[in-house]
Design a protein around this ligand. Structure first.
Ligand SMILES: [Zn+2]
Length: 409
């Protein structure tokens, strides 16, 4: 078996170059379809053309390079845009690792090849989809959905920004599942597990589902000075009661990796001298186990019923229940085999608490995800970073694992 070895200096050089495009403090500001995002996409397309890949930036700004090769083909990639004023490695790491795997596969002359993809808008700058680029590649985005999609930070309609970037008339590339032996995505962990345990590599077992609900309380709006406490129907107070009950009850029934968040609360009319007549909260929870998700949901509905008995009424609305995505067991083993060589006893199997493009691709072809540590677990902030040694080690594991799949082992 030919072992593929990454050129880690080249990996770091590419990552530093991407960091210079839209640099913001020690991070980057490269929102989807911004001028700097398009510079980064063109840079990637040029690198892929340079190794002979048939390359396009398609009608939704996915950068896709096809290896001119016979034999087993692996698809690899991630996203290249950033959150606003955010980290330099979130997305870019997986794209550069994929590019390196493609280069090394070509240089080694191993049969087969590595197709590279940088999905558009994994970070969700545009409305209408969770993962615009990968869902388009998977065939899940309609023309109508694109028509209605707008930038959440007010940069305009998706269609207009695609037109400005010169992509309006381009086809959107769709995945050919039969072409691929596997999909590989690498990413920074965006959490603290690897760093805390002194480990280098996370082999992802599954990507969690996100279930989200809007709960609305209705009471009676009244004067904050003249309305006696005994007769108040304070929707804000009812909301706080439910929040407290969630924090009491969820730890009793949650799984080892469950997380839950009340990320948004709105009191109406929201004035210091008015008792809130209505109140709204959004409750989100995440887990990879369907049974745990069902349990948390049943408990939430039970608590909402309890909270709405008196003196305010409560209603709950389902805002979305995504499916957990399982990573291929065989590919997890492949990543572990590679980790045992390059990071012996420094790897861990773990679920992903964050969403990733791999969850969209996993139902279509066997998929694998690998994490490297994030210093301090910081992510979606410009201070996000990872040390060069960890980046280099991750590149070796990633490229080696892809080589193993191409060699059939
Ligand atoms: Zn990311």
């Amino acid at each position: 078996m030919t072992m593929l070895r990454a050129n880690t200096q080249r990996v770091l050089k590419d990552l530093y170059h991407l960091r210079s495009i839209g640099a913001y403090k020690t991070g980057v500001h490269r929102p989807t379809l911004s001028a700097n995002d398009m510079i980064a996409r063109k840079w990637l397309a040029d690198q892929l053309l340079a190794i002979g890949h048939k390359t396009t930036i398609d009608g939704i700004a996915n950068v896709y390079g096809r290896a001119p090769a016979d034999g087993p083909i692996v698809l690899a990639g991630s996203h290249i845009e950033s959150q606003n004023h955010a980290g330099w490695l979130d997305g870019a790491l997986g794209v550069v690792y994929a590019l390196e795997a493609a280069r090394v596969a070509k240089e080694t002359g191993i049969p087969g090849g590595v197709d590279v993809i940088a999905f558009a808008d994994e970070e969700g700058h545009f409305s209408g989809a969770s993962f615009l680029g990968s869902e388009s590649f998977a065939g899940d985005i309609s023309e109508d959905a694109m028509d209605g999609s707008v930038c959440r930070s007010g940069r305009g309609r998706l269609r207009d920004l695609l037109a400005n970037a010169g992509l309006a008339s381009r086809e959107r590339v769709k995945i050919e599942p039969e072409r691929y032996a596997a999909f590989f995505e690498a990413h920074i962990e965006q959490g603290q597990t690897l760093e805390t345990e002194g480990l280098n590599i996370g082999v992802v077992t599954s990507i969690v589902a996100i279930w989200q609900y809007r709960i609305t309380f209705t009471g009676i709006q009244n004067h904050a000075g003249t309305t006696k406490m005994a007769i108040r129907r304070d929707a804000g107070k009812a909301l706080m009661g439910l929040w407290y009950r969630i924090e009491e009850e969820f730890p009793e029934i949650s799984g080892q990796h469950s997380v839950w968040t009340v990320g948004r609360v709105k009191l109406s009319p929201g004035q210091p001298s008015i008792i809130p007549g209505s109140a709204e909260m959004i409750v989100q929870f995440r887990d990879a186990e369907p049974a745990t998700l069902d349990r948390l949901k049943a408990k939430l509905y039970e608590l909402v019923k309890e909270a709405g008995e008196c003196p305010c009424t409560a209603t709950i609305e389902n805002m979305g229940e995504s499916k957990p995505a399982q990573m291929s067991k065989a590919l997890q083993s492949t990543l572990i085999d590679a980790a045992k060589i390059h990071a012996p006893e420094k790897w861990l199997i773990m679920p992903s608490g964050a969403g990733h493009d791999a969850q969209v691709i996993a139902p279509l072809i066997p998929s694998a995800m690998m994490f490297i540590p994030s210093i301090g677990g910081i992510s979606h902030h410009w201070t996000e970073t990872t040390c060069d040694e960890d980046i280099a080690k991750g590149a070796q594991v990633f490229v080696d694992a892809i080589g193993r799949v191409m060699s059939g082992g």
